[in-house]
Design a protein. Structure first.
Length: 239
């Protein structure tokens, strides 16, 4: 299938410290790809480098067969990152946080924010119930819903998610991943960074295992979930 995002031999890091050592991956149109691995593997660094938030010291990132430009250019062309800490505006209402997600589209003349917000509320009814509430007063699960909803306000082609299950109760995690599966079924491409290996491989189509800044395994998610090394190392089981 056509790759919406392709990363070839990417090197990146912080100052003189290189964290990523030649990482390559691809995300096909309408597919969900998971990047799993332990803490410190470079997963968040990878998303930041893809989005241009960190300088790339080697390799290339292609988005829609074109070299990825600045962060602003990527966002304008439909790539949206939901960071690990959600980066909400705590002193603003749920509704105002959502409106900020449509800012880039408004700048280009789109005036469909009310329609898109209704779509977001249909996906997350709880956000509609709390639309006047300050974001800082929401529960952890509601904040994650708001972060996702704000990203969807941009009508993205590619959604990059950094640890969406972090700090959430199992029931909320299942709800969030059901939403991701539904979005993928609607044709949205998703790059999912996730420490919950079991959940990530259950919902994704393809997976990459990142360790020490390098891809050490990759394959269809179902195959990875059944691999003895994955089972022993990440799923807490042995065969």
């Amino acid at each position: 299938m056509t790759a919406l995002l392709r990363v070839d031999g990417l090197h990146a890091g912080y100052g003189k410290v290189e964290v990523l050592h030649g990482v390559s991956l691809a995300v096909a149109e309408g597919r969900m790809v998971a990047i799993v691995g332990p803490n410190g593997a470079g997963k968040t660094t990878l998303l930041s480098a893809i989005m241009g938030l960190l300088p790339r010291s080697g390799g290339r990132v292609l988005y829609g067969d074109q070299p990825a430009g600045s962060t602003e250019a990527l966002v304008a062309s439909g790539a949206v990152l939901v960071p690990e800490r959600r980066a909400l505006f705590a002193d603003m209402s749920v509704e105002d946080n959502l409106h900020l997600g449509a800012y880039a589209r408004r700048r280009t003349g789109n005036r469909d924010a009310p329609t898109v917000m209704r779509e977001v509320f249909a996906i997350f009814p709880r956000l509609q119930e709390r639309r006047r509430q300050l974001a800082g007063t929401l529960s952890g699960g509601e904040r994650q819903m708001l972060a996702l909803g704000r990203a969807l306000m941009a009508r993205p082609r590619l959604l990059l998610l950094d640890e969406p299950s972090l700090g959430l109760a199992p029931l909320i995690v299942r709800s969030i991943f059901r939403v991701l599966m539904d979005l993928r079924a609607r044709g949205l491409s998703i790059l999912l960074v996730e420490q919950n290996v079991r959940a990530a491989l259950q919902v994704s189509d393809y997976g990459y295992v990142l360790e020490m800044g390098a891809v050490v395994m990759q394959g269809p998610s179902g195959d990875l979930a059944g691999d003895t090394r994955i089972i022993a190392t990440y799923l807490g089981q042995r065969r």
